[in-house]
Each structure stands twice: as C-alpha cells, then as structure tokens.
Design a protein around this ligand. Structure first.
Ligand code: ATP
Ligand code: MG
Ligand code: MG
Length: 502
C-alpha cells in the first residue's frame, strides 16, 4: 500500500508505540582481508586486490584473520557481551553478482559475542540502555556499479561493473535486541546509540568508523504496535543508512509511514527499504527473505574459533576508558553543558578537540574552531570533520596566534580557510597571505587620521565626550585595513588623537 499523505509524527505516537532494531556493520581496519592475505587498502585500481579465496574460486581455502577475531572480541567485551568459548562461521547463501562465492561467510546461531548492552546518553543527560543481541564476524561484498539506468540501481541498468577489492574485508555486525520503551524519543535513541557505538569503535582502535566512507553503516528495523499492546508489529528494514542524521530521519519517517498505512487499515510488508538523503523518505526495496531462505550451514572450510579464557581476559585488560565516562570527565574539564557535549559528540569532534587541547590550545578556543568554522566547512563539503585537511596541531597553532594577538578572529578564519585550501600550515598561510594584525602605531596612524578626517561629525561627538561613538571610527579603520588592524590599539589611538580619556 502506498501512502500519499503521511500522518504527523505526533499523531503517529498518539496511537502507536515504536519498536526498533539496529544492525550496524563496521568495517575493521585490519591490513588484510578476513579470510585471505589480500590488502584492504582503499583507492587501488579495481580488482587488483583479489585472489582465488576472495574471488571464490573452487578449491581455494580460506584462513581466519587473527586480528579480525581479536577486534571482534574487543568489541564484544566493550559491549558487555559474553564471549563464545567455541563458535563457527556459517555460509549465508544468496545470489548477487557482487558476491563471487554465492554465499557470504558469516556467523549465524554461534556468534563470537552475545548478550550485552550499551548505555547511551540522551540530550537531557538521561541514560538509556540498549540491549545487544550479538556481535558476529562476517565479510564485506564487492562493489557493483550499475550503468545506464536512471537510478544507479540494477533495475533498468544496461550493464554492471564489478570491483572485488572490497570482497572479503572483515566486517563486524552488531545487532541490538528489539529496542522498546523509547517512545517519542525513538529517533533520538537510535542516533545516540549509533553515535555512542562509533565512539566506542574508534576508542578501541579497531576501525576509524567513518560513516561517510561506508566504514560504518546502519540498517534500521522498525515496527509499530498499538499503544498499550505487547505483540510486535511487522518490521521494515531500511538498509545502509550512513550518517547519524539519516538514522534519526529514517526512524522518524518510518514511524510516520507505518502509522499512515496502519491507521488506514493497511498492512506493513516485511521488506527492505532504501533511504533517500534528499527528502528523508524511504522507498520499497525487496521482500525480505526469511532466515531459511539463506540456507545457513556451518562453514566446512574453516576451523571453529575457540578463544582461550586467558586471551579474552588479556584483551579485557586492554580496553580503554569508555567513551561515555571519558566524555563526562571532559565535560567537567571543559565546563560545557550536556547539550553542547552531545553536539560535540554528534559532530565527531571529541577526539579532535581533545587533541587540540593536548597540542596546547585552550579548550574554549579548540571548541570554538572545531564546532564553528570547521564544522561549517565540513558541512558544506559534506565530509566528516576528521576528514578535513587540517590537523589538531594546526588548529592549536591558529589559537596560539590569536592568543598572542598576532591574529584576530577575522584573520584567523582566513588562515583556516588557507590551510583547508592546501596553502600550507598556519604560519605559511599567514606569511603568504600577509595576514598579521597591525598594531604598529606608525602603520595605523595614517589610517586613524583618515578615518577621523572622513567622519568629522562623529569625531566632534567623541570630542564632546560621547566616547561610545568611537566604535564607528574603529570600524572604519578596520575596513580600510581589511580587518588587519589591532582593534584595541586603534581605539586607543583614536581617543588619543581626539584628546579624550578612554
Ligand atoms: N518486529 C520487530 N520490530 C522491530 N525490530 C525488530 C522486530 N523483530 C526483530 N527486530 C530487530 O531487527 C533486527 C533484525 O536483525 P537480524 O540480523 O537479527 O535479522 P535480519 O535483519 O533478518 O538479518 P540480516 O542480517 O540478513 O539483515 C534486530 O535488531 C532485531 O532486534
Ligand atoms: Mg543482520
Ligand atoms: Mg537485517
């Protein structure tokens, strides 16, 4: 059933209770693939990082990547999971051209980690516990490019190009239990969960978890049930949602769409859906296979994984401070509100600001640049803050130049712009663009005299004691010097010239 009019989010919540399930895929940062020695390096020519194993040639035998298993255990432990004493891989059979083996090596009923939880903090500081069903190991598929169709999808395409470099890159899939009780905050809970998970993965050092690069992607399962009832409704599964904002929007849209269908007497079909960035909507994908359609069976070519308890405990000992605990500590140190910290988290700026402070900047200055100028720039170019071509050390240097009075904010913004444009480090940009605050009296004197001469009326007012009017003359000097004058010194000079006390 297609819906033309969506009921509002508020109306949907008045009648229905959302239940969510989030499946997050994380691409591990291992040097080699999960079951062969091929490189995982990005950017190589298509199909140059492949071998008989990841191309699924008959007779080729896979070997498990130990770092992949270690990363999976670390993730499991950080998510408060139990770690299997013994588990196996399974073949998940389905046909798609980007999967040369015709099955994905995954785990099914014997995941490496299970039964955990992740506490996430909401905007108002409330902590919401998301239960984890399992975290299992699997492998990525290749990349297909469908050419000739209008939508870039396989339907209507004239031909498809396949690149198997990504086939076999280790993935960890982290699956939540059904998330109940979020109510109207379901979109916020979903976003906070993915944000928290991303921080955790980064802190563990197992992946950079860059969503815009597909290193971390989320499938959003959602169903509604009438308020006050227990039984889950039929879920839809919106695939590969790849930003925090999109996760939030996908949940919101699906709540509205389900409610529209249900309240008009329709039924929800269990299907996958595609999310559309442009308008935040989802459209129908394929009817969802049942697990039996995948004909799962234990992978006969791989030995079972049986991590010793000593190894598991050793790995537990290496776990870093939990991001949420660390954030609360930093929040106190930096003196920011829960809400501001949440924005910093969502922007992926916690580590960047920390590193900038470690490089010598004041925390307020570090926050100001990352959350202001740089966040804007990242937004405009549609990249992650961490992907901007500027380092925390460079931001700290800009902050230092401002602190010592060599730059004012306006000039500092130009320096940052120069660094982002690839003109070099802050000092180089200052040098090349000639961006220094001019506080030398001989250089400023002439501009001050000109401003007084050009604004005789204002000058008279100041002479008559209206000191506040000096601002207009300072403005004129700043304009004439293209923002490079030391505003405080200019003000002093103006008052001196006009013979009044500041
Ligand atoms: N009725 C429901 N409403 C909302 N969420 C649900 C419902 N039933 C299950 N879920 C959640 O949906 C997710 C299902 O993921 P899972 O990996 O178990 O299965 P799948 O989606 O069928 O498999 P695949 O890995 O092939 O996508 C889980 O997070 C689960 O908690
Ligand atoms: Mg799944
Ligand atoms: Mg799924």
């Amino acid at each position: 059933m297609t819906v033309t009019e969506l009921v509002s989010y508020e109306d949907a919540l008045a009648s229905y209770d959302p239940v969510m399930g989030l499946e997050v895929h994380v691409e591990l940062g291992t040097k080699t693939k999960m079951f062969c020695g091929c490189s995982t390096e990005l950017g190589a020519d298509p199909n140059t990082q492949t071998c008989p194993v990841c191309l699924g040639m008959p007779g080729a035998l896979p070997v498990v990547n130990a770092i992949g298993v270690e990363s999976a255990i670390k993730i499991g432990l950080a998510l408060n999971c139990e770690i299997a004493e013994w588990c196996r891989f399974a073949r998940k059979n389905y046909f798609y051209p980007d999967m040369p083996k015709n099955f994905q090596t995954s785990q099914y009923d014997e995941p490496i980690a299970f039964n955990g939880y992740l506490d996430v903090q909401l905007e108002d500081g409330e902590v919401f516990r998301v239960e984890i069903e399992r975290a299992h190991m699997e492998e990525d598929t290749g990349k297909s490019t469908h050419v000739g169709g209008a939508t870039g999808r396989i339907h209507g395409a004239q031909h498809s190009l396949l690149d198997y470099n990504r086939a076999g890159i280790p993935l960890i899939e982290i699956v939540t239990k059904p998330i109940e009780g979020a109510g109207e905050r379901a979109p916020e809970v979903a976003k906070a969960y993915v944000a928290e998970l991303r921080e955790l993965i980064k802190a563990l050092g197992v992946s950079e978890a860059r969503m815009e690069m597909g290193q971390m992607r989320c499938d959003v399962n959602l169903s509604l049930r009438p308020n006050g009832t227990e039984k889950f409704g039929t879920r839809s599964e919106t695939k590969n949602v790849n930003s925090l904002r999109s996760v939030e929007r996908a949940v919101r849209f699906e709540v509205q769409r389900h409610a529209s269908v249900l309240s008009a007497g329709g039924t929800i079909v269990q299907e996958t859906r595609h999310f559309h960035e442009e308008d935040g909507s989802t459209t129908s994908g394929r009817i969802k296979e049942e697990a039996e359609d995948y004909r799962y069976f234990p992978e006969p070519d791989l030995v079972p994984v049986a991590p010793s308890r000593e190894w598991v405990e050793e790995l537990r000992g290496t776990l870093p401070e939990l991001p949420r605990v660390r954030r609360n500590r930093l929040r106190e140190e930096w003196g920011v509100s829960e809400h501001d910290m949440q924005s910093i988290l969502n922007a992926g700026a916690v580590d960047l600001i920390t590193a900038t402070v470690e490089a010598g900047a004041d925390s307020a200055a570090a926050r100001k640049w990352w959350m202001g100028e740089l966040a804007r720039s990242a937004n405009e170019s549609g990249t992650d803050l961490a992907a901007l071509p500027i380092t925390p050390a460079q931001v700290a240097r800009v902050a230092a130049l401002v602190a010592e009075g060599s730059l004012n904010d306006k000039l500092a913004r130009q320096v940052i712009e120069g660094v982002l444009a690839g003109e070099g480090g802050p000092d180089e940009v200052v040098e090349k663009r000639g961006l220094k605050v001019v506080s030398d009296d001989s250089a400023l004197g002439a501009a001050v005299d000109e401003a007084i001469a050009a604004n005789a009326g204002i000058a008279d007012k100041i002479r008559a004691g209206k000191v506040a009017a000096a601002g207009a003359l300072v403005g004129a000097v700043m304009k004439a010097t293209r923002g490079q004058a030391d505003a405080a010194r200019v003000r002093e000079l103006i008052l001196e010239r006009l013979g009044v006390e500041g």
